[in-house]
Design a protein around this ligand. Sequence first.
Ligand code: GLP
Length: 258
Amino acid sequence: MKQSIYHPEIARIESWETIPLVAVAAANVILETVQTDPRAHITYATGETMIPVYMATEGIAQQKRISFQDTTASHLDEYWPADPCRDEFSFVKYLRERVFEPLRIPQAQRYEMSGTTDDPEKEARRYDALLSENPVALAILGIGPGCHMGFNERGTSFEQRTHLARLSGETIHRDRNERNLSTPEHAITQGIGNILDAQRILMVAFGVQKGEYLFEALYGSISSDCPTSALRTVGEKVTIVIDTEAASAMETMERASA
Ligand code: GLP
């Protein structure tokens, strides 16, 4: 069922046969973090990939009576402008509905980025300070177009802190043309520097396209041209959970490049 994939820099890469199995494996990493430290600060990614992961987390937490009530929750990114009460694409809306409410994380322990602010640079500085004062036990990540993590697009320095990012053409195309969302051209995002500071990092990916992004990140050069390749600089604390489709896509690309 599970296959371990050896990588010289990344501590753990697991490939599972189906998306539900990937979701349970990823949920178990999240739940272990909370069992080890019931007050853990966790950074949650958004996106389609995470929907089954958060559903599995909620289900297992209920079954095993694991409480998130003392945990703190932050997140990776938010479109700007974005209003969680009005905009379907808002990540804060997503998090409230899929993470904060189902896991019953108290209001005071939810660190939400404001996508409605008039001053996104100031909001990025506020969020960055919040992250520096409250070390992250686990950062949960997905991977997106151009190997981005959060909204750190190609060319972002590995030292970059939380900032206002201009989205790449690839990302805008995915959101507007493939997903039919009226998203803006900017977002506030944790920087790669913030992400690498987390005590533990979990990346989840499934499907052929994500396998192709991951191949570039894991086997290409470590460079700001591929933001996710930054994970290899702290590989000892990284776990990547993927499905067999993503794993086969990586193998195909490896054979083609040999
Ligand atoms: C988005 C977000 C990321 C997310 C990634 C994957 O653009 N900025 O935080 O992890 O892309 O999203 P999905 O799982 O929907 O493909």
